[in-house]
Ligand binder design. Structure first.
Ligand code: B12
Length: 315
């Protein structure tokens, strides 16, 4: 395809994404950041070589596609990135906790649908050429989402490896869209405001974090969500039975939002009654988590998490 280009400011498009629940969005031309992208992809390669992906085999299988994003979308000319905030209020109590991102509909589905609607509006806006094509990625393709969100100017990558927006903090989902159209944009980028702060690194009870690098093998989020089968060691799960937010809770950029965003009701499927959970049958568990982000955890592994947390309590 001929090189397609729009020369409009992003504001014309930002309203479209905002209307679908993405208050922050941006775009970057791939050619303008190719070298910077390369350094991120090389970091990814080192991370894989160090074995920090644990048993998440899909991350090593997707190395080539992350190194060469045209393998994911051959016509790649620009990348749109969007943020959707989720409730910053904690879910559960000291004894039994769920990661905040679980308190709502499965983001993979809801974000994909909202992005599809947004992109349909972009396509029919008359602001892009008729040959406009795109590919939506929300945790579903071999794409470095945080890197693209950073390169599109939406925030900086903190020492806890999360994308942090100066106002929204890090309790945000990222969505990425590859397109075949140049927007003529290379955002200035957001300054890295971590400074000398190391609260997130210190907050991790399993010492999974070094500055800007996470060892999944030790991460409570990985252990409770992704790891299958018995734990090799006793880990201090700090009450978490699905996911973990400790390195986000420690971040000063997340404290503000808790104050001005009203708490939302806890999703019914996030049960915190310990005895009910321990007695729950596999069939009941499956019915409870069907269609939610929690369904990624197999029944046996959820029971393992509950027990591991109890062992920790009784130590
Ligand atoms: C695999 C995965 C995990 C793994 C590994 C996490 C990790 N840190 O890599 C596990 C299961 C542990 C996990 C946990 C969580 N995850 Co997760 N996860 C992913 C996934 C699918 C891939 C991430 C990946 O490629 N990791 C490999 C590392 C090397 O890549 P990276 O962290 O993106 O690193 C890049 C940059 O950090 C940069 N970089 C590396 N070093 C340095 C150094 C400097 C100085 C700089 C500037 C940059 C830099 O280069 C790297 C390569 O590009 C993404 C979705 C996606 N497709 O991107 C979601 C994603 C990262 N996860 C997300 C979420 C919400 C979480 C949790 C908060 C869930 C929870 N509450 O339990 C935790 C957070 C834990 C943490 N501190 O990261 C969100 C993050 C949103 C955000 N604000 O950043 C994502 C983007 C999903 C989404 N679509 O919203 N996750």
């Amino acid at each position: 395809m001929e090189k397609q280009r729009t020369n409009l400011s992003w504001d014309r498009f930002a309203g479209i994404f905002e209307a679908e629940g993405f208050p922050v969005s941006g775009v970057v031309d791939y050619a303008s950041v190719q070298d910077e992208y390369r350094t991120h992809a090389e970091r990814y390669r080192s991370w894989i070589l160090e074995g920090k992906q644990g048993e998440m085999g899909y991350l090593s299988r997707g190395l080539d596609r992350r190194l060469h994003p045209q393998l994911v979308f051959p016509e790649l000319k620009s990348v749109i990135a969007v943020l959707r905030p989720y409730s910053p209020h904690s879910v559960g109590d000291e004894q039994l906790r769920y990661a905040r991102y679980l308190n709502g509909p499965d983001y993979h589905e809801s974000m994909k649908a909202a992005l599809e609607r947004s992109m349909q509006s972009v396509s029919s806006s008359g602001l892009v050429p008729p040959e406009f094509q795109y590919k939506i990625c929300v945790d579903t393709s071999a794409v470095l989402e945080r890197t693209w969100a950073k390169l599109a100017g939406l925030g900086w990558i903190g020492k806890n490896t999360l994308l942090i927006h100066p106002q929204l903090g890090s309790y945000v989902f990222i969505g990425v869209v590859f397109t075949n159209c140049e927007f003529g944009m290379k955002p200035e980028g957001v300054k890295d405001y971590c400074g000398p702060c190391t609260r997130c690194l210190q907050s991790c009870p399993t010492e999974a974090l070094e500055s800007h690098s996470l060892d999944s093998n030790k991460c409570i989020s990985y252990l409770t969500l992704e790891k299958r089968g018995a734990f090799q060691e006793r880990y201090p799960l700090k009450g978490f039975v699905a996911g973990c937010d400790l390195c986000q809770e420690a971040c000063p950029y997340n404290s503000k939002s808790v104050r001005y965003i009203a708490p939302v009701e806890k999703a019914a499927y996030l049960i915190t009654d310990e005895s009910a959970l321990l007695q729950e049958s596999e069939a009941d568990y499956q019915a409870r988590v069907k269609g939610t982000a929690l369904s990624r955890i197999k029944y046996a592994d959820f029971q393992r998490n509950l027990t591991a947390r109890l062992n920790e309590e009784n130590k």
